[in-house]
Structures are given as structure tokens and as C-alpha cells.
Design a protein around this ligand. Structure first.
Ligand code: GLA
Length: 385
């Protein structure tokens, strides 16, 4: 934080008026469920994105970032369009949306800095979107309800960036609380904060270090497949979302889905939603072993039915299953590379990391990155300036 303040001074010859922070997230369980109207269980992590910012009087938005060389300087206007694949499209999309909603904004000097691995499935994009929406809200007293900040950010990801994501990531980075998992109903946006007490275990994040981009991935294809499966089931079933359907009903009506691939996709969604509810129950009973077992089941379903895993993520989970002091693991986020999470005995993390690195390297050719993460707070202004 001291760094970003200094760097801001170097670039803008003044000290920033504010520094805001927005986290990344991991999803504990409930994958590819949010756009199917079911329950998910993400939490905010302590890594994320910072924004040092001051208002200016020349009605110019200056975008700078310590992680990327590209910069942008844009006069205040009625709307903006996405330009290429540059990082500043994310905050620019938010600015565009806030202006479209009729909120009064004016020039800003901005310096962003993130410590999340980019494109690794920890929601670096939701982090920067929510950060910008929150900063605009605070700086121009827009009085946006928190849920509006999450919804604006999702809309930008869907329409400005072009990824059909659900609400999970933006909601998690907005509403995260320390040591709490968020049990979110993605249809109603009702949520509960569940104490995530891991006792002798740590939540470990493992980056496959396989780069991938959500927009380029098969994410939008899965989204469309779920829509097609729902459409087929709706011929006989009264459901708004795939997650409105329970497993028994699905088994009786799955004949309506002609394509076996679509049937597998729907089965994953419906069974994963069921697992989330079970996971919430066992978490309440403090039964971490059972929670870990559900994580393994979730991974299996994502691998076999939803087909969004891959050799890198599968290798990590395979190692975890053989490691005695790991009680559960799964891929987290969209998949196709990115990160896995695991519950590992706190005293064994070093040994776990070493064993995993060897196992993984032998098969994949390079090492993964292993780090223990804290479950942290959602978007906020940093104090102590
Ligand atoms: C990405 C999307 C989320 C969610 C997950 C999969 O992170 O942004 O909306 O769909 O994938 O659970």
C-alpha cells in the first residue's frame, strides 16, 4: 500500500485522496451453478486489487496500472466502447455503465495494482470491476446499495467484456467477510454468512500455472448448453432454472434431452446444487471431513460430466487424494486450468507443497504454485493513509 501511494505520487505529482481494495475469491463448492440459478459457496481472499485515486478538475479519466504498461486517458463523455484486450476495459466498462445509469461523475487520476495471479481463476476481473464501482460510489456519493455494485459489475462483464458469467464472483468480492463462506442463492440473491472454521486445516490454493482466459474458453459454450438442456426439460417440467429441478425429477424426465452431452451437463448442475446444500449442512455441524469428501465429489463431476477440468487440475486432485493429511480438494472457478483448492493439515503444508510440486512437474513439465490463503473482507477503503 505504501508503494502504490509513492507510485501514484510519481505519476500524478500529488498524494492520492483515497486507496481502495477489492479482493479476489475462491469458490468452496457449487461450480457452474450461478448462471443456473442455484446455490454457491464462495469466499473473498486476502489477495486482490488496490486503487489509489484522486479527483481532478480537467474532466479526464487517467488509467494507470503497476502491473501493465498500457495506459489510457479519456475525456468525460456520454459513453465509451471497449478497446482491444487492454486491462483498463474493466474499469472503463464500469465507468460507462455508471454514466449510462445517469450518475454524475467527473475526472479521476487512477493507479491500479493487483497481487492476484491474472487469468488464474481467482476473479481478478470481478475484483477490478467491483473496485471501480465501489470507488465511483464513494467518490461521487452515488449511494449505490452493495448489491447494485455487484450487479453493475456483472452487467459489465456480460455486456462490455462479453463473458456470460453469473453473479457469484462479483457478489463474493463485494460481500466477503473475514473467515466466512457466503452461501448465496443466485436466483434470489438471498445469502447467509457461514463461519468457515477449518480448525487444524488450512485452505490451500494451488495455481496450475496454466494460463487461460475466461473469454476465450469454453465457458460461453457451457452456458449455452445449460440453456438448451433447460429448454428441453421445460417441455414437461415447470422450472425457471436448471437448479429448480431435483435429482429424482431429472431422472424421470431426462429422456426429453436428446443430446447425451447436454444430459451430462444438466446432471452435473443438478447434483452439484444438491452438494452445496449438503456442504452447508455439514459445515454447520463442523464436519470438515464430510465437507472435504463433497469437494472431491464436486471435482469428479466437473471432470466427468461438465468436462471443464483438465490434466493439470486433475493431477493436483489426484495427488491430494493420496496425501493423508489432505481431506478434500477440487478445481475452483470456471476451470480449464486456473486454480484448485485443498484442505490440508496446517503442520503439513510445506511437505504437501513439496510432494505436489514433484508429482505435478513429473507429469506436466513445470511446477504449480502453492499458497495458504486467508479468507478476507470484501471491497473497502483502506485505512491508515
Ligand atoms: C467463473 C464465472 C462465475 C462462475 C464460475 C463457475 O468464475 O465468472 O460466474 O460461473 O466461473 O462456477
Amino acid at each position: 500500500m505504501a508503494d502504490i501511494k509513492e507510485e501514484f505520487q510519481k505519476r500524478f505529482q500529488k498524494i492520492p485522496d483515497h486507496i481502495f481494495f477489492s479482493p479476489g475469491r475462491v469458490n468452496l463448492i457449487g461450480e457452474h451453478i450461478d448462471y443456473n440459478g442455484g446455490n454457491v459457496m464462495p469466499c473473498a481472499i486476502s489477495l486482490g486489487t488496490y486503487l489509489a485515486v484522486s479527483k481532478n478538475t480537467d474532466k479526464v479519466f487517467r488509467f494507470r496500472c503497476l502491473n501493465f504498461p498500457e495506459t489510457a486517458e479519456l475525456h468525460l463523455q456520454n459513453s465509451y466502447t471497449k478497446s482491444g484486450k487492454e486491462w483498463y476495459n474493466y474499469p472503463l466498462g464500469i465507468l460507462n455503465q455508471v454514466i449510462a445509469l445517469g450518475h454524475p461523475v467527473s475526472g479521476l487520476d487512477m493507479l491500479f495494482e493487483g497481487n492476484l495471479p491474472i487469468g488464474a481463476g481467482l476473479s481478478s476481473s470481478a475484483s477490478i470491476e467491483v473496485l471501480m464501482a465501489y470507488a465511483l460510489d464513494q467518490l461521487f456519493q452515488l449511494n449505490l446499495p452493495k448489491v447494485e455494485i455487484a450487479l453493475i459489475s456483472k452487467k459489465v462483464e456480460n455486456e462490455f467484456i462479453g463473458v456470460n458469467c453469473g453473479i457469484m464472483d462479483q457478489f463474493a468480492v463485494t460481500f466477503g467477510e473475514k473467515d466466512k463462506a457466503i452461501l448465496l442463492n443466485c436466483d434470489t440473491l438471498d445469502y447467509a454468512l457461514l463461519p468457515f472454521d477449518t480448525g487444524d486445516y488450512s485452505l490451500v490454493i494451488i495455481n496450475t500455472n496454466k494460463t487461460r482466459s475466461l473469454a476465450d474458453s469454453k465457458y460461453n459454450e457451457r452456458f449455452a448448453q445449460c440453456g438448451a438442456a433447460l429448454k428441453a426439460l421445460k417441455k414437461e417440467i415447470d422450472a425457471r432454472n436448471l437448479c429448480d429441478i431435483d435429482i429424482e425429477t431429472f431422472q424421470s424426465y431426462k429422456y426429453l434431452i436428446a443430446d447425451p452431452v447436454l444430459e451430462k451437463r444438466a446432471l452435473h448442475v443438478i447434483s452439484e446444487n444438491f452438494r452445496v446444500n449438503k456442504a452447508a449442512k455439514v459445515l454447520n455441524e463442523n464436519n470438515l471431513d464430510e465437507f472435504g469428501e463433497l469437494m472431491y465429489q464436486s471435482h469428479e463431476s466437473l471432470k466427468e460430466l461438465y468436462e471443464v477440468s483438465g490434466i493439470e487440475l486433475d493431477t493436483i486432485v489426484e495427488f491430494c487424494k493420496t496425501y493423508r493429511d489432505c481431506i478434500g480438494a477440487r478445481m475452483t472457478g470456471a476451470g480449464f486450468g486456473g486454480c484448485a483448492i485443498a484442505l490440508v493439515d496446517k503442520k503439513k503444508i510445506g511437505d504437501f507443497g513439496q510432494g505436489l510440486a514433484e508429482f505435478y512437474k513429473a507429469r506436466i513439465g513445470y511446477e504449480p504454485t502453492v499458497f495458504a490463503s486467508e479468507i478476507g473482507y470484501g471491497v473497502r477503503e483502506c485505512s491508515g493513509l
